[in-house]
Design a binder for this molecule. Structure first.
Ligand code: RIB
Length: 331
């Protein structure tokens, strides 16, 4: 059984292939209403699926957006991907998700693949911020939007960002208001610009109160397993802490698991605060206090900004979102 073609419909209705193509593509053509109806009915009966590659070669558009993200298992990325897809579908765009594990070569491979598939634009979530990837897109004139991925000359790029330093400062202030002083900070992967920004917010806040100590900083990897490992090393390090500020919720959830299993009471023995406000953070016990990012809203605005750029090539725009302290039960 082979794929139905325009020729099959033309023979079934008794018109030329060109007529069928013009009618199915809603082009201006002088045919009777009954012929038009016969063509649409025959296409339906024969389950005709237009060849999108052929179509995009002529229209130079695929109505497809590439989403490049580091870790689809991290709920932050699946939640923001959901928002991007909702907006894309509303504007009749499809999406292709690419998981890079923050590996540059994988990211560049995906960018080249998506360009070869003629995607109309790309959204970069987090990532290392290497110029190479961006240059490939610029050289191929592919519209793109950065999310939480800081480049040197940020105003040169379309981007959606959270005010990361401000968010961490809010969290440190809240811990201090609750009498905590020996606040450990667990960073994300330090090759990420977003991790550096959050660590800067922590250092600024702790230095302002003369309680900053290098020994209170631990490097994590933004995953739950990484949160488990780094919390075990904090306990082994014998550094005395009365609070742990995790650079994202996924690591905070891992840390809570270790502490609760070792018999610590949260927050009585040790306070915990996270960053993101992923949905699951309100379902764990005790419910996680965290610095919330407007994840859905960020995804929505990033997709709208990209579609705007694809369709109008507007000026470059940076959108900054304010984080919000979400007070629950772990401080
Ligand atoms: O949890 C993953 C982190 O990477 C989030 O904090 C988000 O900001 C993304 O950049």
């Amino acid at each position: 059984m082979r794929k139905t073609t325009l020729k099959d419909i033309a023979e079934a209705v008794g018109v030329s292939k060109a007529t069928v193509s013009m009618v199915l593509n809603n082009k201006e053509i002088n045919v009777s209403e009954s012929t038009r109806e016969k063509i649409f009915n025959s296409a339906k009966e024969l389950n005709y699926i237009p060849n999108s590659v052929a179509r995009s070669l002529s229209t130079k558009k695929t109505e497809t957006i590439g989403i490049i993200l580091p870790d689809i298992e991290n709920p932050f990325f699946s939640e923001i991907a959901r928002a991007i897809e909702d907006v894309a579908n509303k504007f009749n765009y499809n999406v292709i998700f690419c998981n890079t594990d923050n590996k540059n070569d994988k990211e560049e491979q995906y960018i080249k693949l998506l360009i070869s598939k003629l995607v109309d634009g790309m959204i970069f979530l987090t990532g290392v911020g290497k110029e190479e990837s961006i240059n490939i897109l610029k050289n191929n004139n592919v519209p793109f939007v950065l999310v939480d991925r800081y480049m040197e000359n940020v105003e040169e790029f379309n981007g959606v960002y959270c005010l990361n330093e401000e968010g961490v400062e809010q969290g440190v202030d809240y811990l201090l208001q609750n009498g905590k002083k020996r606040i450990a900070f667990v960073t994300g992967p330090m090759e990420l610009s977003v991790s550096k920004k959050r660590l800067d917010g922590y250092k600024k806040s702790m230095t302002k109160r003369n309680i900053y100590k290098d020994e209170l900083i631990f490097e994590g990897d933004f995953t739950t397993e990484g949160g488990i490992k780094v919390t075990q090393s904090i306990l082994k390090s014998k550094v005395s802490v009365d609070a742990i500020f995790y650079g994202n919720d996924a690591m905070a959830l891992g840390g809570m698991k270790v502490l609760l299993r070792k018999g610590y009471n949260i927050p009585e023995d040790i306070s915990i605060i996270g960053f993101d406000n992923i949905r699951i953070s309100s379902f764990v016990q005790p419910e996680l206090t965290t610095i919330g990012q407007p994840i859905y809203h960020m995804g929505k605005e990033a997709c709208k900004l990209l579609i705007n750029t694809i369709e109008h090539k507007d000026e470059k725009k940076q959108i900054y979102f304010k984080p919000e302290l979400i007070i629950r039960d772990t401080v």
